[in-house]
Design a protein around this ligand. Structure first.
Ligand code: FAD
Length: 301
């Protein structure tokens, strides 16, 4: 979608929002799949209510982009614009056991920064790409932990009130790859409470998690992590593997040989290829195991 209306362009400038016309979502996502649209880079949280009022009043639909590591985006010209926060410097501030983190902060850097200041708990998130905002929205987790356990406050733009608000941890529910935020809420910052631990001990935990990832995931390849959520008491990857589907492909979209729940873009896969592969695998799992797999990857198609 192109923003060509001069009034909107002037208003964006006033709001200090950078317009990057015709951006390729393939270049902004870890799967390297996706068409083009206008990208709006937001430099100040305070601009958000005005920006969303502006877009809504002109009938411009929008989506929120974090680091693009859990997204499968459609091909061609996309029918919405994309909003992305830019990271302030510094993007993490520590106060005792609390870390105040901007939603645009890189998740991995946040984990290591906190670790260097003897704040642990998030070792499992090392190796999860993307931003802290994306991790909050998805309740990212691994190896028995999830970010939601450490959230004490979230600063967000709430679609319901059209204002920036602070929610306390107990007002939010964090479940497996699911949160109670409304679909149009935009995460702006978070206050985490992290347990004190010596850096050396945290580093040891980080090394163990890194090693587990390296030995089980196709890390050098373009992917969006796990495509499906694990159904209660079962493993989506194991079911796909048991069906012998590793290596199954549609065009350049392929079920990883390394981890059956990672689907990779082995070249120039289109969204159509990847969606076809996902539907095919889902169908085969259903017909054998009678389980309807739910997508973990967020599909914008
Ligand atoms: C190699 C690899 C390994 C991975 N391993 C794991 C893992 O172990 N555990 C795990 O949980 N995930 C994993 N993932 C998936 C992914 O990294 C996480 O879901 C991550 O938290 C997504 O963050 P992001 O910033 O990239 O979000 P994006 O992919 O940009 O967006 C994901 C969703 O969050 C929304 N969103 C993003 N930012 C905001 C915001 N500021 N406000 C509101 N909504 C927002 C988007 O609209 C979208 O709905 C992995 C991915 C890869 C590629």
């Amino acid at each position: 979608m192109r923003i060509e209306n001069a009034k909107i362009i002037a208003a964006l400038r006033e709001l200090d929002v950078e317009l990057r016309s015709s951006s390729s979502l393939a270049e902004l996502t870890s799967l390297a799949i996706g068409g083009t649209t206008d990208l709006l880079r937001v430099k100040k949280h305070e601009s958000i209510p005005g920006l969303l009022d502006l877009l809504d009043s002109h009938g411009v639909p929008h989506r929120f982009l974090g680091g693009g590591s859990n997204l499968l985006v459609g091909d061609g010209e996309l029918p919405w614009v994309v909003l992305q926060l830019t990271s302030p410097k510094p993007d993490v501030l520590l106060e005792g056991n609390f870390a105040h983190v901007d939603a645009a902060a890189d998740l991995g850097r946040t984990v290591t920064y906190c670790a260097k200041h003897d704040l642990g708990g998030m070792e499992g998130l090392i190796g999860v790409p993307g931003t802290v905002g994306g991790a909050l929205r998805m309740n990212a987790g691994a190896y028995g932990m999830q970010i939601g356990s450490y959230v004490r406050e979230v600063k967000l733009y709430r679609a319901a009130t059209r204002q920036i608000e602070i929610l306390r941890g107990h007002q939010i529910s964090f479940e497996y790859r699911h949160t109670s935020f409304a679909p149009d809420d935009m995460m702006l910052a978070v206050k985490l409470e992290l347990p004190s631990k010596p850096y050396k001990e945290i580093l040891q935990g980080i090394r163990i998690c890194n090693e587990k990832r390296r030995s089980s995931q196709p890390l050098g390849q373009k992917s969006a992590g796990c495509i499906f959520k694990n159904p209660p008491g079962a493993s989506a990857g194991r079911m796909i593997d048991e069906l012998g589907l590793k290596g199954l492909s549609r065009g350049d979209a392929r079920v990883s040989d390394r981890h059956a729940n990672f689907f990779v873009n082995a070249g120039k896969a289109s969204a159509k290829d990847m969606l076809g592969l996902i539907a095919d695998v889902r169908e085969r799992v259903h017909s054998t195991f009678k389980v309807e797999l739910e997508h973990e990857v967020v599909i914008w198609a």
